[in-house]
Design a protein around this ligand. Structure first.
Ligand SMILES: *[C@@H]1O[C@H](CO)[C@@H](O)[C@H](O)[C@H]1NC(C)=O
Ligand SMILES: *[C@@H]1O[C@H](CO)[C@@H](O)[C@H](O)[C@H]1NC(C)=O
Ligand SMILES: *[C@@H]1O[C@H](CO)[C@@H](O)[C@H](O)[C@H]1NC(C)=O
Length: 380
């Protein structure tokens, strides 16, 4: 034999060895079989990952030529990732998924899976990412979710989860939690301390923003709580969360807002529009050096727009329409140099120049403004 043919023989032998060697742990194979059979076969298109799950060959063996082309990844003959394609799979998630104890990632997003999320899944010790976004999972989030020891990203948004958020959430090591667009009710419990992003938009959460829930969340950058039923006053400590950049509290039932001067702040965007906030527009917003987008539209705010909003702030978006603001709007907003967009319409402002985009929407009728100010408004 020549050197070349020897090396070819050796590499063929190695290839053969490496493929035949790879035998997935049998409990992992059982789990994969159960996971596939829990999917309605009529929803498994021939081109999909699950269609290539043919158990006449070994799931973790490489290379994959015809079978197990996608939908999972392995390491050391254990399944470490379960990542369905967006094929429109319907059915349930088999509880046997918990036998895949080396799983690091589960991503079944954008399918039509329904039924409860199997609680056995919460025992997975290495799971870091659980993405079930845009399915039809229902039922409640059980307290045992706190046993997900390694979890960092939890996205179960756009499903039909109901019930309240468990208090045990706080013991998770989560950095990103998205449960938006479900049917969750009740108050916001104490939150995980490592959170960077919290998204609970479009649920039916109620109650106050309570300090113990957010206390010590020093890394929290994004808070998205719009479209819920939260009540009470938006407390000043929310704006002072040390890493906060974006705060969306729009479309709730808040009735007041307190805002104090920060020592230092990274806050960029605040949306508290579509609430029931009464009172004056606080000058203290102008003390937030990075704040460039502010919406308090469709509330019940009275009084003038502080001139600091144009003199001191670098606003790019300002929506204050749909209130009872009066007086003259700061004229710097209408100078050629101003780059602020938004709306000041539907208020009780004097001389809002219709040539400005900010004033396109007209002001409220005088009669309504007189009523709002107890007949004391001089509108001339
Ligand atoms: C699995 O693959 C074998 C060939 O390797 C084929 O004969 C069999 O029909 C396949 N089974 C399914 C369910 O696709
Ligand atoms: C709030 O509700 C209004 C009216 O229903 C809607 O147009 C707007 O997109 C909502 N905003 C947010 C941030 O949810
Ligand atoms: C502004 O903040 C200070 C504390 O930093 C507070 O005492 C004051 O009441 C606030 N003013 C307004 C108008 O919100």
């Amino acid at each position: 034999m020549t050197m070349t043919s020897i090396s070819i023989t050796i590499s063929l032998l190695l290839l053969l060895l490496s493929t035949t060697n790879a035998t997935t742990l049998s409990s992992d194979i059982t789990a994969l079989k159960a996971i596939k059979s829990a999917i309605n076969p009529t929803t498994i298109p021939s081109y999909s990952c699950l269609a290539s799950w043919n158990f006449t060959s070994d799931p973790c063996s490489n290379p994959h030529v015809t079978h197990f082309l996608c939908g999972l990844s392995c390491s050391n003959n254990r399944v470490t990732q379960l990542t369905f394609d967006r094929a429109g799979y319907a059915g349930t998630l088999s509880p046997l998924v918990s036998q895949l104890t080396q799983l690091i990632t589960i991503d079944l997003s954008d399918n039509k899976l329904s039924g409860p999320i199997p609680t056995s899944l919460f025992s997975l010790p290495n799971l870091q990412t659980l993405n079930l976004r845009s399915n039809s999972f229902s039922g409640t989030i059980p307290p045992t979710i706190s046993t997900l020891k390694s979890i960092q990203t939890l996205d179960i948004s756009h499903n039909s989860l109901s019930g309240s958020l468990p208090n045990s959430l706080s013991s998770l090591t989560l950095t990103r939690l998205d449960l938006s667009f479900n049917k969750l009710t009740g108050p916001i419990p104490k939150l995980p301390l490592n959170l960077l992003e919290l998204a609970l938009r479009s649920n039916s959460l109620s109650g106050f923003l309570s300090n113990p829930s957010f206390n010590e969340l020093t890394q929290l950058e994004v808070v998205e709580l719009s479209d819920n039923s939260l009540t009470g006053t938006i407390p000043s400590w929310v704006f002072l969360l040390p890493s906060l950049q974006q705060l969306n509290l729009a479309n709730n039932s808040f009735t007041g807002i307190e805002i104090s001067k920060p020592l230092n702040s990274n806050l960029i965007a605040v949306d508290a529009g579509y609430n029931k906030i009464v009172g004056d527009l606080s000058v203290n917003f102008s003390e937030y050096p990075m704040l460039s987008s502010l919406s308090l539209r469709y509330n019940k705010l009275h009084g003038p727009i502080p001139s600091e909003y144009s003199r001191k702030m670098k606003l790019r978006r300002l929506f204050l329409d749909g209130n009872y603001l009066n007086g003259m709007p700061p004229k710097e907003f209408f100078s050629g140099k101003s780059s602020v967009s938004g709306s000041l319409g539907d208020n009780c402002l004097k001389s809002c120049p219709a040539s400005s985009e900010l004033c396109l929407k007209s002001q409220k009728p005088l009669s309504i403004c007189r009523q709002a100010y107890g007949g004391k408004l001089k509108q001339k």
